[in-house]
Ligand binder design. Structure first.
Ligand code: C2E
Ligand code: MG
Ligand code: MG
Length: 739
């Protein structure tokens, strides 16, 4: 407010421009004229106020216009505005001020603003603020103010002086309610904090690649678990870093072309799912890649667990019927392709129902788990053992050569279950009945084979349990024989039941006897001799071949020494090895021990192996043969021409002889094709520096033909049958050419 000094002698009519506040709180521009009504000092004065709007034309009109703008602004401003005199008394307040602080206009006009809206504790601060505002400096300030109802609100205050005629006549304050803003800030902070937690705690990572696939940004816990530091990625190109992950590179390329992509990648023992989204510019062009990486290892494990549960019996953890069906189907397809056999063994426990009924289901369950373990350990890793339901189990055996192989598996199963299961303290006697069906003889599809095996199992049950039966009736007798033969072989090992017969080999050039081949026979209880083709395969399946082979080596060496002692000329002694023996790690050592035990020189000894034995591991075969060589033992490849001949292997194998198989010799000289084969074998043997023995020579014509081909040695009924040791010396004696 401007102070006007009026002097007594001032003439009337003098006017001063002033700013006034109208009843509605509006500033009014006016002229004030004061005149003394009397001549003395005590006489009253007259005050005349003239509003300026009434003044002259365009300027006044413009000013009136300004005023209405200002008034509109003041009335409708979204912020609370007050105009204050120098003593902080409210001259004007806009509606927003009134609503914000909860007062009526009449309550505020003329009131001290600090008393009205400043909390007690902030009075001093408010005074300072007012003062600053009046000194002419703008001041913005964040603080608290109080509403009429006593509630406190955060505000931002902008205060500035109102200058008139170069003087700060008043000041105004603008209050902005910070409540909503603070809410937003709080919410933003919360969101940020949550994001931080997500990025730093959740098993994820985020990354951004630029248009050159270079890492611009990366963060997240998944980085840490992957053992990657941000510095290893930032500024580096994804194409360089992930060269060995072609699917990642493809996905990045796709995203850079504007398509979404995803990969599932195994990295350092964990599994990550990565989603790639293109980052697009305003024109929709891809200018980078946004990536979200999730560690899905656990999800994956859970999925595998579910998968496992769908295909396995949860009690025994064996494959269930559905998985077994799939495996059987696959095995049949393979067998069809390769022309091999598949055996299906179906078994259930004898008397399981009784165990369940009398000892309870918990015991029954434990028994089933034990059966599963026993069955699993009785078969090879590659065979499938499944629980089809209840106490029914099935075994899938692939790659069996003969029904004997299936019988051997069944026998091992029976043995593994033919011992009591001990539940706590209590032994529960167990046994099983097994039915066997074979592909392709007993069925061509899984259903057919299962049915056949099931039928066979019932026969096994009806034949007295704890046994196995083949589906095909004639094989039923074979099964019995297999059982007996195994028993006989065991006995023979213990009670000297094996016999060696000796068949000579003869030099073609001069008819001299070069050696003998020891051929084994099994003496049956009735005294008859069983030929090796009837029991060697079974001996291989049951593993009995190993002790049998040891016996053969010893007996052959013993016989050689006995003949020498009896004055016979030294003859090369050959024995046959079967695949299982040959791949037995101790085989060579056992032969060495036999030689040593009987004082037999290694260079008088020969080992016959077949071509097919050298597979599936030619390198190992080579090592074994070299070990034999180290003992000066000769090596012959038996039944040559019938196995998988591979010249490459033959070249690498350190052999001395090949024995042309009887089936070829049988064809000469009549069959031209066979003659061709024999000639080729001869030529090849020459090239490889191997000597040739022809097996199964029965006729003069064969011998003559072989002589023309310059075959080294012959063996066969024409020259001599396999003979017992006792008959061999007289046979040799009768020959004109003794050596
Ligand atoms: P191999 O080693 O090829 O033995 C030759 C087989 O042909 C012998 O049968 C022999 O009696 C027979 N043979 C010999 N000359 C003639 C002939 O002129 N005409 C015909 N038709 N046959 C002839 P054997 O003794 O029955 O032996 C059969 C196979 O059993 C042997 O074939 C050999 O692979 C295996 N074997 C024999 N003894 C043993 C042994 O101690 N251990 C092993 N692992 N296998 C053996
Ligand atoms: Mg042989
Ligand atoms: Mg042979």
């Amino acid at each position: 407010m401007r102070e006007i000094k009026v002097r007594r002698n001032d003439g009337t009519g003098t006017e001063w421009p002033v700013n006034l506040i109208g009843a509605e709180g509006m500033p009014i521009r006016a002229h004030v004229a004061i005149s003394a009504l009397g001549a003395t000092g005590a006489s009253p004065y007259a005050l005349r106020v003239r509003e300026m709007a009434a003044a002259n034309a365009p300027e006044a009109a413009a000013s009136a216009m300004d005023q209405s703008y200002l008034r509109a602004l003041f009335e409708h401003a979204p912020e609370a505005i007050v105009v204050l005199d120098r003593a902080s008394r409210i001259l004007a307040a806009n509606p927003r001020f009134l609503t914000l602080f909860g007062y009526a206009r009449t309550e505020v006009l003329g009131a001290d603003i600090d008393a009205l809206i400043v909390p007690e504790s902030l009075r001093a601060e408010a005074l300072g603020l007012n003062r600053t505002a009046l000194t002419g400096m703008d001041a913005e300030h964040q603080t608290l103010r109080r509403r009429k109802d006593g509630s406190v609100l955060p505000v931002s205050i902008l205060a500035a002086p109102i200058v008139h005629d170069g003087q700060n006549v008043a000041f105004y304050s603008i209050y902005r309610d910070l409540g909503p803003l603070q809410d937003i800030v709080a919410r933003l902070e919360q969101t940020q904090a949550r994001l931080d937690v997500v990025v730093s705690q959740a098993p994820i990572a985020l990354f951004i690649l630029d248009e050159h696939a270079t890492f611009n940004f990366c963060a997240g816990k998944a980085l840490e678990t992957a053992g990657l530091a941000a510095t290893q990625l930032l500024g580096h190109c994804a194409y360089d870093l992930f060269k060995v992950y072609p699917d990642i590179l493809t996905a990045v390329g796709q995203a850079l072309r504007g398509e979404r992509a995803a990969t599932v990648t195994a990295f350092r023992g964990l599994t990550y799912e990565i989603q790639y989204s293109p980052v697009l510019d305003v024109s929709g062009r891809s200018i980078g890649v946004f990536g979200l990486v999730r560690d899905v290892t656990e999800t994956q494990l859970a999925r595998q667990q579910l998968e496992f549960m769908a295909h396995h019996d949860l009690l025994t953890r064996l494959p269930n019927r559905s998985l077994f069906g799939d495996r059987l189907q696959e095995a049949l397809l393979r067998a069809k392709r390769r022309g091999t056999r598949v055996a299906l063994l179906f078994f259930d426990l004898d008397g399981f129902k009784q165990v369940n009924d009398t000892l309870g289901h918990a015991t029954g369950d434990r028994l089933l788990q034990w059966v599963a373990r026993q069955a699993r350990s009785a078969v090879r890793d590659m065979d499938t053992v499944a629980r089809l339901g209840g106490d029914e189990f099935a075994v899938l055996v692939e790659d069996i050569d003969t029904p004997v192989g299936a019988a051997a598996v069944a026998q091992r199963l029976l043995e593994s279950l033919d011992q009591p299961y001990v539940d706590g303290e209590r032994p529960i006697p167990t046994s099983a009945s097994i039915g066997i069906s074979l592909y392709p003889t007993d069925g061509l599809d899984p259903d057919g084979l299962l049915k056949a095996a099931d039928l066979a199992m019932y026969r096994a049950k009806s034949c007295g349990r704890n046994r196995y039966e083949f589906f095909a009736s004639d094989l039923g007798t074979t099964a019995a024989t297999i059982f007996t033969k195994t028993a006989w072989m065991r006995q023979a090992l213990e009670h000297d039941g094996f016999v060696l017969h000796y068949q000579p080999t003869v030099r073609l050039q001069d008819g001299g006897v070069t050696g003998v081949e020891a051929l084994i026979r099994l003496r049956q209880p009735d005294g008859q001799l069983m030929p090796p083709l009837e029991f060697i395969a079974l001996a291989e399946e049951t593993g009995l071949i190993v002790p049998i082979g040891r016996w053969v080596a010893h007996e052959a060496c013993r016989q050689w020494q006995a003949w020498r002692a009896a004055g016979l000329p030294d003859l090369r002694m050959a024995i046959n090895l079967s695949a299982r023996e040959f791949h037995d790690a101790t085989c060579v050592r056992a032969i060495g021990e036999a030689l040593q035990a009987h004082g037999m020189p290694g260079d008088q000894f020969m080992v016959e192996i077949t071509e097919s034995m050298m597979f599936p591991d030619p390198a190992r075969a080579r090592t074994l043969l070299e070990e034999l060589r180290g003992l000066h033992i000769a090596v012959a490849i038996d039944d040559f021409g019938t196995g998988y001949s591979s010249l490459a292997h033959l070249r690498d194998v350190p052999a001395d002889f090949i024995k042309i198989d009887q089936s070829f010799v049988a064809g000469i000289p009549a069959d031209e094709k066979t003659c061709g084969i024999v000639r080729t074998i001869m030529a090849m043997a020459r090239g490889l520096n191997l000597q040739v023995i022809a097996e199964g020579v029965e006729t003069d014509a064969q011998q003559q033909y072989l002589r023309e081909l310059e075959c080294d040695e012959v063996q066969g009924f024409l020259l001599g049958h396999p003979l017992p040791a006792a008959e061999f010396a007289p046979w040799l004696d009768r020959r004109p050419e003794r050596r």
